[in-house]
Design a protein around this ligand. Structure first.
Ligand SMILES: [Zn+2]
Length: 221
């Protein structure tokens, strides 16, 4: 017990003395000769011993300067190419749009809010195509959002529908039967027979006898 304690004391003493007593020599940074700790110049090779710390500081400063030069050059090149942050935004938008159309990402709310544009069609062409091949006409027009001009033919007294025919005809079996929605049914009151109007809406059905039927969105007089 007593022995152990003495040994610990000795160890502690050894440690403390080791920490307190500084080494008296060091190795020269250049020729590795054992030289006095205080020596600033190696007695053997005559080279300076201080500057290790300075070297590291200089390297760090050098890296910082090099990095800044690099950023400066890159921004200069981008400016020379006429690339602005606005261009970069546009490029990002284009990538987004491409991804939306490929179904990779969901469209953003701004895209959803965009007003859908109707396909402009000619009423005479619509009926020619229906006469030629009702199946093809159905494929082409059903569920399409279209804009078409015609002459007001009949106006239902209950306000459930009106119909338009080709503008150059006074009577025709070929007609587009147009149904207003609850929101725009008052538009029918503004109509007069034989007026040429332009309607925008969605084609709901196509038949060789019944012709076309459309859900009304807007009327342009
Ligand atoms: Zn030396």
């Amino acid at each position: 017990m007593e022995n152990e304690q003495k040994q610990t004391e000795k160890e502690l003493e050894a440690k403390t003395s080791g920490q307190n007593s500084k080494p008296k020599t060091k190795k020269c940074k250049h020729c590795a000769t054992e030289i006095p700790m205080q020596a600033k110049v190696c007695p053997n090779c005559r080279k300076k011993q201080n500057g290790g710390c300075l070297t590291i500081v200089l390297i760090i400063i050098g890296i910082i300067i090099a990095f800044n030069i690099f950023i400066f050059i890159i921004s200069g090149v981008l400016a020379m190419l006429g690339v602005t942050t606005n261009d970069l935004d546009k490029a990002i938008d284009n990538i987004d749009n491409a991804m939306v159309s490929e179904g990779i990402i969901e469209p953003t709310t701004t895209t959803e809010k965009e007003v859908k544009k109707p396909i402009e069609v000619d009423i005479t062409t619509m009926f020619e195509e229906l006469d030629e091949n009702a199946l093809n006409a159905k494929d082409k027009y059903e569920n399409q959002y279209i804009k078409v001009s015609g002459k007001v033919f009949t106006i239902d007294s209950d306000g459930k529908y009106f119909s338009i025919i080709e503008p150059n005809k006074s009577v025709s079996f070929d007609s587009i039967r147009i149904r207003p929605t609850r929101e725009n049914k008052d538009l029918l009151k503004t109509l007069k027979s034989d007026n040429i109007i332009t309607v925008i809406g969605t084609i709901k059905s196509v038949g060789e006898i019944s012709g076309y039927s459309m859900t009304l969105d807007k009327i342009e007089q």
